[in-house]
Design a protein. Structure first.
Length: 315
């Protein structure tokens, strides 16, 4: 007898999904192996094709097309592994549930002593009908969609996810979508005011102020997170500004600046002799590593965003 539409029968003894209807496969290729399907009476059945598809947003890959089989057989183990689900069998019905949320994804019923699931083929599945292999087709769609995450994103487009892709490394993805790993959270112990002062110069501003300023120097106390801003016409003005800042904060707090932390820009290199003569250590961030000067970088963002917001409100 022929298979009954999209009715699938869960089989805990089957190692693969099997169907006699070639239309059940959205992606397909001729089976190249020598293996056959061994059934209960000891006889073997020929495999003509192998392919994949999606039913109800559920992935079924490496389905064997066996023309002489009487029912669509669903391998319980393979289906559960592919979709991160589990089966729950009851006397008159069965459920397929999400392994994490326990949400019911599919519900079946018994028929002639067998559990049956009726699956709806995704309407948005669209593929060319040219005779190509499963691997080539999946890889082509992966590249065409801009190298998205295969299992998550391709499934959302209605594309089957094939087992061989689990071990495939996409070199283009590695080159184009790699990100710097986040820095470990570390902290330098500070015990009082001015133990460490973070500093950076922002600019140039796209528009010069009425008084001719295009930069500002920002100083952040590591202990209190208190901030000071000094306007600059040129970066070279930092030398004079830092002397004023030092005199002011040491007078107000009664403490001495112990360390200045900067990115070692040219304007800070010019402070070397002054820092040495005043017994101030200079802590330097690694090149191209603003994360190591995060206290002042984050304050830069706050200053700029606040200014832009106030300007937008004034318009």
């Amino acid at each position: 007898s022929s298979t009954n539409g999209q009715n699938w029968f869960p089989d805990s003894g089957a190692s693969h999904h099997m169907t006699s209807d070639l239309n059940n496969l959205s992606l397909q290729s001729e089976y190249q192996g020598d293996d056959g399907v061994l059934i209960g009476d000891g006889s073997g059945l020929f495999i003509n094709h192998i392919g994949s598809t999606i039913f109800d947003r559920i992935v079924m890959s490496n389905i064997l097309h066996v023309p002489t089989i009487s029912k669509n057989l669903m391998s319980v183990h393979k289906f559960a592994k592919e979709n991160n689900v589990f089966f729950e069998f009851h006397p008159s019905c069965c459920y397929v549930k999400d392994l994490t949320s326990r949400k019911v994804l599919l519900q079946g019923r018994t028929e002639e002593g067998l559990y049956k699931l009726t699956l709806n083929k995704n309407k948005q599945v669209f593929f060319t009908t040219r005779d190509v292999g499963v691997k080539d087709s999946v890889d082509t769609w992966h590249r065409g969609f801009g190298h998205p995450s295969l299992k998550t994103v391709l499934n959302n487009f209605g594309l089957p996810y094939d087992d061989f892709m689990q071990h495939k490394v996409c070199e283009a993805y590695q080159k184009g979508k790699s990100h710097r790993l986040p820095f470990n959270k570390t902290s330098t112990p500070v015990h009082g005011f001015l133990d460490i002062v973070y500093s950076d110069v922002w600019g140039p501003a796209p528009i010069t102020s009425i008084d001719g300023y295009r930069y500002y120097a920002l100083f952040v106390d590591a202990y209190s997170r208190y901030s000071w801003i000094y306007l600059l016409k040129n970066k070279s003005d930092l030398y004079e500004v830092f002397q004023k800042f030092k005199s002011h904060v040491e007078l107000v707090t009664g403490a001495k600046i112990k360390f200045l932390h900067s990115d070692w820009g040219g304007e800070y290199q010019g402070l070397a002799s002054f820092l040495e003569s005043n017994d101030i250590g200079h802590m330097i961030a690694c090149p191209h590593t603003p994360e190591q000067n995060s206290a002042v970088e984050r304050r830069h963002r706050h200053v700029v965003e606040t200014r832009l917001t106030m300007m937008a409100d004034a318009c």
